[in-house]
Design a protein around this ligand. Sequence first.
Ligand code: MTE
Ligand code: MO
Length: 333
Amino acid sequence: MLIKSPKSHTLREAHITPETAYVSRRRVLAGLGAGIGSLLLARQSHGLDLLGGKSRQAAPRKPLTFTAHKPAPELILTPEPKVITHNNFYEFGTGKTDPAENSQHLKTEPWTLRVEGEVEKPATVDVWKLMNEIGLEERIYRMRCVEAWSMVIPWVGFELGKFLQRFAPTSRARYVAFETLYDPEQMPGQRNRYVGGGVDYPYVEGLRMDEAMHPLTILSVGLYGKTLPPQNGAPIRLVVPWKYGFKGIKSIVKIKLVERMPPTSWNKLAPQEYGFYANVNPAVDHPRWSQASERFIGPGGLFSVKRQPTLPFNGYGEEVAGLYSGMNLKKFY
Ligand SMILES: Nc1nc2c(c(=O)[nH]1)N[C@H]1C(S)=C(S)[C@@H](COP(=O)(O)O)O[C@H]1N2
Ligand SMILES: [Mo]
């Protein structure tokens, strides 16, 4: 029997008032008292680095106006304090709390994004102006890191495809190449190979044109109703929910439409471990670990991590599997 369920992104009609929902979630966390959640919460709201013992002001985040969406009913949000303290952003160190600790002084304003290459109208965009003028919407997506942990994050952003149309892609555009800021003065991982985990900076990523134009693919400028904190890729980052998290390149300064498949950072570093496609696939193990299941970082204390099966295309197969019909996904991992 086939039970037809609506596509997950069509389920998300305007429904909840995000701020109310998030505030009550915070209260739940605070109520845990001794849990790490409240420790991280205290650290976030008072700008104090209780874990490191140093006083550090968290970079301010502005509230955003956007169309709210109701998540697919099975999705449980990862609490905001965890989303903003458990990160991968090797430019600021390879430890999970390094980005939150080392990125607060990143200068994100002003920020320009260059769009060029195979487009009829190349341009440099002021990202903060763009945020005010473009229609923002919330997208609640699963996020699956290749390291086998996962979250559910309420992003705020807009469809990459709609944005790219503004620049009039030419018929030669077959791939999209993305680049993170290169600024060793601000990014300790770019000054020191050990701190930066051996990545060849700037961090670069890429998508095939049809993946970039897919309505699930967004450029995110916020999470939990406010602008992104630096550690999550302020002021603008990519989110491709059916791919491993490393495709979600942060703090983007350049987008170039190109004819040939562009190089990507993790593929350059270890091509046998990280492919260009990087579609979440429980049937293709990482050479050093299984991808069949994942540790979901959800509500509750630090150690209440739930082991759950990993879904093909991270649960978005109904929407995106067609992009890869006829492709051997074991070969094109
Ligand atoms: N520039 C840059 N982008 C990056 C990374 C990075 O190290 N540098 N890490 C990637 C990885 S491995 C993951 S899992 C996600 C993590 O996003 P989050 O910290 O917002 O959860 O960002 C991705 N984008
Ligand atoms: Mo990742």
